[in-house]
Design a protein around this ligand. Structure first.
Ligand code: FAD
Ligand code: FES
Ligand code: FES
Length: 479
């Protein structure tokens, strides 16, 4: 997909403190962090890990939304500059007023003595700024959740959480007034261009048809969504990427709709929005959504990217498979629909053909007679990768298991259904005896491996224990 010379080239342009930045000197994989600290000379934003884990690089990105703007925290260390076209970037330098008055978020951190070495502080400021914009007051729980992607090694979290609780009480900011009128004014300043971004090695089509055609013509391109996996291939693995085809500028893909008894989540919809829609229908999945990465990771990353990437330890697939979800695949002008489990043929091997991509994921709507749960086992509660992730969707009738769908992550080379355990339960009483038989069957379904996250024996034990837990929760028995 090299850019033919006759195609009009156009670099990305974004808004920064009221000025339009034309990023003509950014390569397709220049990260926003590199660009801020390099050409833009903004060194307030820090690099801690360069892999989305520590939050030192957090900035806020504003996107036109309805009549106004929607601001969200993102990790600038894994976000490529060209993907910021038509958006606003807010950094820690943006918050202080020209006369030196601190923003209420910054003032609250000062008053609560919430900074020592200060290295992590700009990242905390920006995560809190996103929260300050979103709400008029915060609970401690909301602050803990908003800061779950920010690490501090020396201050300790109590003063930082105290600052979060204090910030809304410090009055409005004259420098950053909130509200629809101000958002509409900022929206009017964001650069709008009818031409898609196209530079050597990067193309961001605006329609599904243009994206599908470009991918069909150049199937060796790298399809980029939120970049929360791909970003690390550059910053940690130092890989040279093939030409990038970015799907995030296709407005039609950033849609979540209810259609034909399913929730259809488009390829450009963020994990925040995708999980928001799923949890609104399946409240029991709230914990999984909250424990997936951190808010900045979920704000950039997409649900379809998680599904397409197909990692055996990806967290979305077990529950989506258990629910009977489907993937809508697009290649050129053709679409086909597959049960999600049929997408995974082997370790990182998918059923997608060259030039084919996930256009959307379809999640069946809840049914009153279905019991659903998913459990994630990881070493830390927040911001950690699963050792084992289990998901169950059972229809129970008259004390018997009418339908059992069980899927696991971390137990095989792909996210996988537990076919033998399902067989052991179907039509049987939903009893401790049946659960024991199903646990024995799990040994036929899976031969997990030892790795740094868990031993094979631990994984096998946990797979059974989580089924016992599901039984206990659905029957009221103690586990
Ligand atoms: C700090 C951190 C924490 C994380 N925590 C978790 C976690 O808790 N659980 C978890 O499961 N994952 C986690 N991840 C991994 C990552 O966030 C997810 O896999 C995410 O959903 C990937 O989506 P993306 O849009 O960022 O994909 P990208 O990085 O843009 O793409 C990933 C891969 O999928 C392909 N792709 C993307 N979209 C499509 C499409 N529509 N069709 C075909 N191919 C496509 C790309 O070509 C690429 O190969 C974490 C990542 C980071 C950096
Ligand atoms: S530098 Fe650690 S999350 Fe970006
Ligand atoms: S203040 Fe030193 S790491 Fe947080």
């Amino acid at each position: 997909m090299a850019s033919p010379p006759e195609e009009k080239q156009r670099p990305a342009r974004f808004l920064l403190d009221g000025h339009v930045v034309e990023a003509a000197d950014a390569s397709p994989t220049t990260t926003l962090l590199q660009y801020l600290r390099g050409p833009l000379g903004r060194c307030g934003t820090k690099e801690g890990c360069a892999e989305g884990d520590c939050g030192a690089c957090t900035v806020v990105v504003g996107e036109p939304h309805g009549e106004g703007m929607r601001y969200r925290a993102v990790n600038s260390c894994i976000r490529f500059v060209p993907t910021l076209d038509g958006k606003e970037v807010v950094t820690v330098e943006s918050l202080r007023a020209p006369d030196g008055t601190l923003h209420p978020v910054q003032q609250a951190l000062v008053e609560a003595h919430a900074s020592q070495c200060g290295f992590c502080t700009p990242g905390f400021v920006m995560s809190l700024f996103a929260l300050w914009l979103e709400r008029e007051a915060v609970t401690r729980e909301a602050a803990v959740e908003a800061l779950s992607g920010n690490l501090c090694r020396c201050t300790g979290y109590r003063p930082i959480l105290d600052a979060a609780m204090r910030m809304h009480g410090l009055g409005p900011s004259t420098h950053w007034p909130k509200g629809t009128e101000h958002d509409a004014r900022r929206r009017a300043q964001v650069p709008v261009d009818p031409q898609p971004v196209r530079t050597p090695g990067y193309f961001a089509p605006r329609t599904i048809a243009a994206l599908a055609q470009a991918y069909l013509e150049a199937p060796d391109s790298l399809l980029l969504a939120g970049g929360t996996d791909v970003g690390l291939w550059v910053t940690k693995q130092l890989r040279d990427l093939p030409p990038i085809l970015y799907l995030g500028d296709v407005a039609e893909l950033d849609r979540i709709v209810e259609k034909d008894g399913a929730l259809e989540i488009g390829a450009a919809a963020s994990l925040t929005d995708g999980y928001g829609a799923i949890v609104a229908r399946y409240p029991m999945l709230a914990e999984l959504a909250e424990r997936f990465g951190s808010p900045p990771v979920r704000n950039s990353g997409t649900l379809c990217g998680n599904v397409a990437n197909g990692s055996p330890i990806g967290d979305s697939m077990p529950v989506l498979i258990a629910l009977g979800s489907e993937v809508v695949l697009r290649r050129g002008e053709q679409e086909r629909v597959l049960p999600m489990e049929a997408l995974y043929l082997g370790y990182r091997k998918s059923a997608m053909q060259p030039g084919e991509f996930v256009r959307a994921v379809r999640v069946p709507l809840p049914r009153a007679d279905r019991h659903v749960a998913t459990y994630k086992i990881s070493k830390r509660r927040d911001q950690d990768i699963s050792a084992v992730c289990a998901a169950f969707a059972f229809t129970l009738r008259g004390g018997n298991v009418e339908e059992a769908r069980i899927a696991y992550g971390g137990m095989a080379a792909t996210p996988k259904r537990a076919a033998a355990a399902e067989d052991a339960l179907r039509g049987k009483p939903w009893s401790a005896t049946s659960v024991r038989a199903a646990i024995e069957a799990l040994a036929r379904d899976f031969a997990p491996i030892d790795d740094m996250r868990a031993s094979a024996a631990y994984r096998q034990r946990m797979a059974g224990a989580l089924l016992e837990r599901f039984h206990a929760q659905t029957t009221g028995a103690s586990a």
